[in-house]
Design a protein around this ligand. Sequence first.
Ligand code: XMP
Length: 510
Amino acid sequence: MAHQYVMVLDFGGQYNQLIARRVRDCGVFCEVHPYRISLEEIKAKNPIGIIFTGGPNSVYLNDSPKIDPAIFELGIPVLGICYGTQLMAYSLGGEVATAEKREYGRTETEFKPSCALFKGLPEKGITWMSHTDYISKLPEGFEVTAYTDVCPVAAMQNKEKKLYGIQYHPEVSHTENGIAMLKNFLYEVCGAVGDWSMENYAATSVQHLRDQIGEGTALLALSGGVDSSVAAALLSKAIGKRLHCIFVDHGLMRKNEGDEVESVFSKMDINFVRVNAKDRFLAKLAGVSDPETKRKIIGEEFIRVFEEEAKKIGAVNFLAQGTIYPDVIESGTGDAAVIKSHHNVGGLPDYVDFKEIVEPLRLLFKDEVRTLGLELGLPEFLVWRQPFPGPGLAIRVIGDITEDKLDILRDADYIFREELRLAGIDRDVHQYFAVLTNMRSVGVMGDGRTYDYTLALRGVTTTDFMTADWARIPYDLLEKISNRIVNEVGHINRVVYDITSKPPATIEWE
Ligand code: XMP
């Protein structure tokens, strides 16, 4: 697959994969590499441009990430972002200092339209800043191309050497025209032609998987969700019947879901097995209320079931998973904080006998996975399925899990989903579900006092599931749902709607 290539060098910032993703959205293939990559390796990859990411350090400290200044002599255009810009300035003889006041958030910024990055864009706009250090003296040969009230060098360029730096984050949606600026860097400066698409991604991934798996056999954890279904489609293209898909019905699925998954995948041209493992999962979870312990138990039990199935199949050397990028960052890579341990990330325990894990979607965001799914010919209803967490309803029954509670939750959740579908807003609300809290309260029904559970409804809108807003579901619809749930499902006498965004809350309650 010969296509143009842009290299993102990672200096430890929050948004590194997001930058790569934005570049791909602009039609240019892009990958993230650690900043320590050698000049030889960079040259061998023949990038048309290099992007330095942000990072949490101060360039003038001894142990902060540095770069060989020879990189600026390769004749390859470089775009620095935040720390990447400060590093460019510092490495080329400029000065970086600590500002008295941190500049954070939405910032009014003025741009010089003569700079290629801002070609065709308004001269004023909002950028997203997040820095304490600033460039106090430009390196020789550079000029200022954007500034704010607080920051004298919000952007700089050395046009002749094709070196550009911006202090703000063009990749986040809060920066107006940020993507257009990245696009200008790619097309106006690097000479991109836009020769990359999801079709290329599918072809490259299939080849990658063939190289990695060789003549081996792979076992895929198929949940019927978007991610594992797309992973299954990719893998089946790569290795055909040497792919074995195992659907573990852990008894923590939504109403009717196990049967629906079986009916879809058993018709496809893959090896599909459904394992009914409800009893063993519920036995392991009995009396457990800590969310992290629940996830760990479920993750571990999944692996055990896979191992057993793998043994039945014979020589299985690879475990395939539909892990996507937000799962990876939230589980912590390197120094990043662990928010929740997603059960399908982080490798296998030492004593597991698979040789390797294959994660073909590891670099993609959810909406990219959907595009890829459609590209691979998966049906719309599958591709547009809302996400469902691996641990299933176990993390939606707050506190300890019993079969009765699961049944209550399943019935209530079904009503919520059905009403959203009937109201025609099931695609506008990107994820929606019910949570059975462990709170009980007093109510009155007929002439009698009740003491029953509070059910919480959660609906969010989001593009990447890393941040989310609570969905503004119409009051009338909420009323109808609440009435139906209290009347039709036993043991619930109160329904609340969650109006917290992420952050500070997460989408799931556990
Ligand atoms: P949170 O709750 O972290 O959820 O804001 C973000 C997205 O990830 C899903 N999620 C999971 N998916 N295994 C998964 O496969 C998990 O352990 C898990 N926990 C949360 C969640 O449903 C939402 O879409």
